[in-house]
Design a protein around this ligand. Structure first.
Ligand code: 5GP
Length: 182
């Protein structure tokens, strides 16, 4: 068990919880994509940690690639209007694409990206998200095929997720103390 960072109020998902979820997702994906041509695509930068763990939990051949996008606004709330800063290096036409996401909230960013990726004619296009804020009354614009766990409607950090570019390296997912924001 890691010592808790002094800015963190509560740990929602520990390193052990995360390892178990990633292992389960890797098994599901390995089973579903056996014999297929799987390409994992992560959106920089939040999904990098999850991508690193998930790809090692998958035991069929995988290719990986990354995209970087910038959404207009302050980053905490997504507008769904996205500019591609770094595009894919590989061609996904006819391949089985799985988008690897850190956290799915409104899903607006992802919806835009999926539309863009679908136009490149992959054989299939699905989403694996580590966290899903599928709070009651809130509907995501995208339906993920693989989910690590459901997440309460709080702003969370760690395991790749940042607040002002900090806390991405925490090995767990937690909620910051309110005074950190002030
Ligand atoms: P959506 O378009 O689904 O509303 O937002 C997705 C993006 O917003 C995520 O990829 C992430 O970058 C950011 N985001 C949403 N909720 C959180 C959160 O609780 N913590 C952090 N650090 N980022 C979040």
């Amino acid at each position: 068990m890691n010592a808790m960072h002094p800015d963190v109020e509560t740990v929602l998902f520990s390193e052990e919880d995360i390892a178990a979820m990633v292992k389960r997702m890797g098994e599901e994906i390995s089973r579903d994509y056996a014999g297929r041509d799987l390409v994992l695509i992560a959106v920089l930068r939040g999904a990098v940690v999850f991508m690193g763990d998930l790809m090692r939990a998958i035991d069929c051949p995988v290719a990986i690639d990354f995209m970087a996008v910038s959404s207009y606004g302050d980053g905490a709330k997504s507008s769904g209007i996205v500019r591609i800063i770094k595009d894919l290096d590989i061609d996904i036409k006819g391949r089985d694409v799985l988008i690897v996401e850190d956290i799915l909230d409104s899903g607006l960013t992802l919806k835009y990206l999926m539309k863009n990726l679908a136009s490149r004619k992959p054989a299939s296009l699905e989403v694996a998200t580590f966290l899903w804020k599928d709070v009651e009354g809130k509907q995501a614009a995208v339906n993920p095929k693989y989910v690590g766990t459901h997440c309460p409607d709080a702003f969370v950090v760690g395991y790749g997720l940042d607040y002002a570019e900090r806390y991405r390296n925490l090995p767990y997912v937690g909620v910051l103390k309110p005074e950190v924001y002030s």
